[in-house]
Every structure is written in C-alpha cells, then in structure tokens.
Design a protein around this ligand. Structure first.
Ligand SMILES: [Zn+2]
Length: 361
C-alpha cells in the first residue's frame, strides 16, 4: 500500500480510482491487461518491438517484449557529425535485432525536437539534423513501421509503463543530470503538445530575468535544479566557511568541486553538502508546485545522477512543493518518488511507443 500523502490524505490507489472512474483500475501485475485496453481488437501474437536510442557517442538498441523486458541488445559507437552514417547504423541495427524474430515496429529515440507526427526531427543538438525526415528515410529501407521520439519522452514513457509510474495515469518525470530533462504523461498518454515539442520541463522559467540558460532564455529551472546548479550551490556554501568547510577542503585539494565529490559528502551526511542539496530540492519543489497546478499529476518522479541521493533529495522537494502550492490542503496531493529504471529506459520506452503505435492502427 503506497504511503499516504501528507495533507491530501488520499492514497494513490484511491486517486487512480477517483481520476479514472474505476474504468481502468490498476495493480502492479496488470500490464498485460493494460495492453489489451490499448488494443482491444485483433492483437497480433507477437508484440516484440525494437527500440533504438541515438546518443552523442553511441547508438543503443534492443528487441523488447510486451512486458518491457529486453530480449536481445546491441550497441555501437557513432560519429554524431555524420547523419548518413547514423542512418546506416540504425538500419543495420534494426536488421540485426529483427533477424529471425517477429517484430511489429521500431521506435527511434534521439535528443531534439520531433514533430507531432513522430516523423521529422526539427532540430537535434548533437546531430546535424534540421527538418530531417528520418522516419521516411528509415521506412524506405526497412520493412517496419517506424516512430521517432524525443529521448527524454521515450525514457519517461518507460518509467510510466514499467517503473515508478505504472500505477498512475498522470505523471511528471524530471531527470536531474548535467541539465534538467523530463517528460509528462497525462491521462495515460505521453504529452507532446500541438507541434510535438512540448514537455521541455527543464526550460520552464522559475526566475524572471534569472541566470542565462543554454537554451537562450533566462531563469529556467535547469539553472537552479540541475547537477551543474548543485555544483554552483556547493561552491557558494564552501565559500561561506562554517558548515562548508569539508566542501572547501575538497575543493582546495582537487582544485575544483566535482559532482562526484559532492555526492560522496552528501551520502556521508556532511552538513554543507546537504545544505546545497536542500537548496536544489527547494527549487525543484517550487517548480513541481507550478507544474502540479497545471497538470495535476498523481506522481512526480526524479531520475538522473542526483536522484541517487533518494530521500535526501525528495524531502526538500516535498517541502519546497508544499510551501509554494496554491490552495494547499484543499485537494489531493501527489507522491514524490525516485525513478526505478536506470539503464535502457530510452530503448525500452522507444520500443513500447512504437509497438503501441503499430498495434493501434
Ligand atoms: Zn533554458
């Protein structure tokens, strides 16, 4: 039984029943039933799909079954500056992974803006793609339906289907790495927006006229809630002396304060490192309060390296959320959890989205 929320006093199971009117009640074991809900007619016997995640330095791929388990996997280094090489590598990987298998579709995840039809990559930060009709190009070379998806969306979808989000209908995931990534699931659907480029939660503005962001705007939550922001906050604590002494000592010894040093001190209970983490959590909690007012999720999930701090991160997030929540106490409140899927979320999510897309046609 999930823990009760602090103020709303409504367990997540009840919230699901309330939200979904009993029509699609969930249990941890009903993922197969969920599939049949998505595809009520003529379900093919084989529902294996391929997921491929194109990263900055490598392409990871897997054959994934209908329960989100990896049947076979593959990976290959890639030269991100050569779009033609990437296309060839993806085609070859699909061919290798589908050899001797009955495969219904392939989903391709990549960083960037993907159109609402999941067909064209408007822009990719790591690959020289501008309005790249990647689905069309792949479908001309492999005999499978293809869908293209933003990598954070694909990973978030896997967490929704097979990880921390499997019991809810509405979820926001924030991935706290160097930057802040994320995805939104609303009413059992991945939220993409009208043009397909929505759910860029890391670039929600939390400070008007705030710190400049890599996206070109100012004051994005990425500048206050990311691993890089934690480094900045830890340096400020170190500068102040007092509880920052251990941070300052590491910085003096190494010449810089790395994320791994801060993590080590956090896990050791160092008060200075915990102070920096609390500040980070407070910013993230504030962002969740704003997101919650609009999206009303039953669950916020946190992934990425910084989320390994577990409750040490979740506690200040909850506090920041409650301190900034409009109409507090008058409605059910969400749970806050750490992501369960660490590796392969991108390929599993891409495969699942492709499979659902293909079997719903
Ligand atoms: Zn930004």
């Amino acid at each position: 039984m999930p823990a009760l929320t602090q103020v709303g006093q409504i367990a997540i199971d009840e919230a699901v029943k309330y939200t979904l009117d009993g029509a699609i009640e969930r249990s941890a074991a009903d993922s197969a039933a969920r599939d049949s809900r998505h595809t009520p007619y003529e379900r093919p016997l084989s529902v294996h799909a391929i997921g491929i995640d194109i990263g900055g330095t490598k392409i990871a791929g897997a054959l994934v079954d209908e329960f989100g388990s990896i049947v076979r996997e593959d990976r290959q280094p890639t030269s991100a500056s050569q779009p033609a090489e990437i296309e060839d590598a993806v085609v070859e990987m699909i061919q290798r992974l589908s050899e001797g298998e009955d495969v219904v579709a392939a989903g391709i995840a990549a960083a960037g803006f993907v159109d609402a039809a999941q067909s064209t990559v408007y822009y990719a930060p790591n690959i020289n793609w501008r309005n790249e009709p990647f689905r069309e190009k792949l479908e001309a070379r492999v005999d499978l339906p293809i869908v293209i998806e933003n990598d954070a969306n694909a990973a978030g979808w896997a967490e929704f289907r097979y990880g921390a989000g499997r019991l809810v209908s509405d979820m926001v995931i924030l991935t706290i790495g160097t930057g802040v990534g994320g995805a939104i699931v609303s009413n059992d659907r991945l939220f993409r927006g009208g043009f397909g480029t929505g759910a860029e939660v890391g670039h929600m503005r939390v400070v008007p006229g705030g710190l400049p962001c890599g996206c070109g705007a100012h004051g994005c939550i990425e500048q206050y809630g990311s691993g890089r922001a934690l480094q900045r906050m830890a340096n400020v604590v170190a500068d102040a002396g007092g509880i920052g002494q251990a941070l300052a000592d590491v910085r003096t010894r190494k010449g810089t304060l790395l994320g791994e040093d801060i993590s080590t001190l956090i896990m050791a209970g160092d008060p200075g490192a915990l102070e920096a983490l609390r500040e980070l959590g407070d910013w993230l909690g504030q962002a969740c309060a704003s997101l919650g007012v609009i999206l009303d999720p039953q669950l916020f999930v946190f992934g990425g390296g910084v989320a390994q701090a577990g409750d040490l991160l979740l506690d200040p997030i909850r506090k920041g959320y409650l301190a900034n929540l409009p109409a507090r106490g008058f409605h059910p409140e969400p749970e806050f959890r750490i992501a369960e899927l660490v590796n392969d979320a991108g390929v599993v999510g891409a495969a699942d989205l492709a499979r659902l897309h293909a079997t719903q046609r």
